[in-house]
Design a protein around this ligand. Structure first.
Ligand code: HEM
Length: 421
């Protein structure tokens, strides 16, 4: 790999950072630390240019931490997601997410076609039309939660089922498949079980393939039906690319949203104003959602990329095929861009965070994620009056997951209200 190639392994260990050591999530049990950035990022931002690192998979990579650098890399067409040898490419982690794609000859053309096929379903206009359905999903789940008593695990009983229902509705997953897809997603995100993760990824592809055939006979208003029709009519993408696209959308659209809901609750409870008062009025919710996306970074928010050509960044030469890792967490707390970068300010504006990425790979589901988060917090506090973290609340961080999140978040409340019509 580029300039780091001359280093001996022992030098490398001394002179590079280990991404594992940097993978610091806020410690939910210690609310005074929740908003602080890991010191490593503060230090790494002083370092000019990319930092040579060893990834969680034990491979060498170049890490970018500053806001300006991360943005520049996102906009750079010489840095992409494909590799001439995907199986042998350096990896960020063992999870079956965001691994190298075959290429790089057609990467950008294929990607533009991919966005053209899947983009319209997730446009701001299409997502607006789903608001009623999304609200109904949350209300149904809250109805069940209040029927069960006055205490609940917000992670397993609300945030995850809500995010699962919404993305499954959009894709058109049958009800019986949804718990299976949720379990498959957990397996694919696992940081230390590579073979199981890859085997599960193949199972998911097989099931999506079957569902595409099924939807051709039973077409309805969902993404699987649209993609099934396209596949039959000769889409600009291969069937494999279409299936991979559906898989990415499910994986990218499930835990990402659930984990922001979970951490968002912790952030609100850490507010000195009190959690319920910290939820702003409806017109200000979009600002709070952006601030959550900026500050909440379960799992560190690492984005892997590959150099598609030899590239020079300042004094550093990055060679074709090298792994490049973008630390969104570092970029979103960069004091060169954000005043009081460690402070959660629900009314921050402007807020040029990179939490949904930037440029050609900008999050396809940003409008859907924003809609869910905008609805989730006010509805929750309105329907569960007096909600508080359970006295024995000890939120557990899912440290084995590439996307982070909490595996438990117990709350109690004093009464319940019906949904507002
Ligand atoms: C709060 C929740 C979410 C966050 C923080 C988030 C974050 C991101 C980020 C940072 C990227 C850029 C990755 C890169 O540059 O390589 C991305 C891409 C993507 N996201 Fe999201 N995302 C969220 C929710 C969703 C949802 C609900 C969907 C459902 C459709 C989704 C689908 C995607 C897809 C398909 C891509 C790849 C886009 C492409 O390759 O052009 N995301 N997301």
């Amino acid at each position: 790999m580029g300039d780091a190639a001359n280093l001996q392994p022992e030098d490398l260990l001394r002179s590079t950072e280990r991404v594992t050591d940097l993978n610091v999530v806020p410690t939910p049990g210690h609310s005074e630390d929740m908003f602080s950035e890991p010191h490593e990022f503060v230090r790494l931002r002083q370092h000019p240019g990319p930092v040579p690192v060893v990834t969680m998979a034990g491979h060498r990579a170049w890490l970018f931490v500053r806001h300006a650098d991360v943005k520049a890399i996102c906009a750079d067409r010489r840095i992409g997601r494909s590799h001439a040898n995907p199986e042998g490419a350096p990896r960020l982690w063992s999870a079956a997410l965001m691994h190298a794609r075959p290429g790089p000859a057609n990467e950008m053309v294929d990607h533009e076609r991919w966005r053209a096929v899947f983009g319209p379903t997730f446009s701001a206009r299409s997502i607006e039309l789903r608001e009623r359905q999304v609200r109904a999903r949350l209300d149904e789940l809250l109805d069940d939660v209040v029927k069960r008593g006055t205490t609940a695990d917000l992670s397993s009983e609300l945030a995850r089922p809500f995010a699962l229902a919404v993305i499954s509705d959009v894709i058109g997953l049958p009800l019986a498949d949804r718990p299976l897809f949720a379990a498959w997603s957990d397996e694919m995100r696992h940081l230390r079980r590579r073979e199981a993760a890859m085997a599960t990824s193949a199972v998911v592809s097989e099931r999506l393939d079957q569902l595409l055939d099924h939807k051709r006979q039973h077409s309805c208003d969902d993404l699987l039906s649209q993609v099934g029709t396209l596949a039959a009519q000769g889409a600009p993408l291969t069937r494999l690319q279409l299936i991979d696209g559906l898989k990415s959308i499910f994986l990218a659209g499930f835990d990402t949203v659930a984990s922001r809901m979970e951490y968002g609750i912790l952030y609100l409870f850490a507010s000195s104003a009190g959690a319920a008062s910290a939820v702003p009025e409806a017109s200000k919710m979009p600002l709070m959602v952006e601030e959550l996306i900026r500050t909440v970074v379960p799992g560190g928010s690492w984005i892997p990329r590959y150099a598609l050509a030899d590239v020079e960044y300042g004094a550093t030469r990055i060679r074709r095929g090298d792994l490049v890792v973008l630390a969104l967490q570092g970029a979103n707390r960069d004091p060169a861009v954000f005043d009081e970068a460690d402070t959660f300010r629900p009314d921050r504006s402007p807020n040029p965070h990179l939490g949904f990425g930037y440029g050609k790979f900008y999050c396809l589901g940003a409008s859907l994620a924003r809609l869910q988060l905008r609805i989730f917090f006010p509805t929750l506090f309105a329907r569960l009056p007096g909600m508080a973290l359970s006295p024995d609340c000890d939120p557990e961080v899912d440290i084995d997951s590439a996307t982070g999140g909490l595996s438990r978040l117990m709350v109690t409340w004093s009464g319940s209200r019906y949904p507002q019509q």
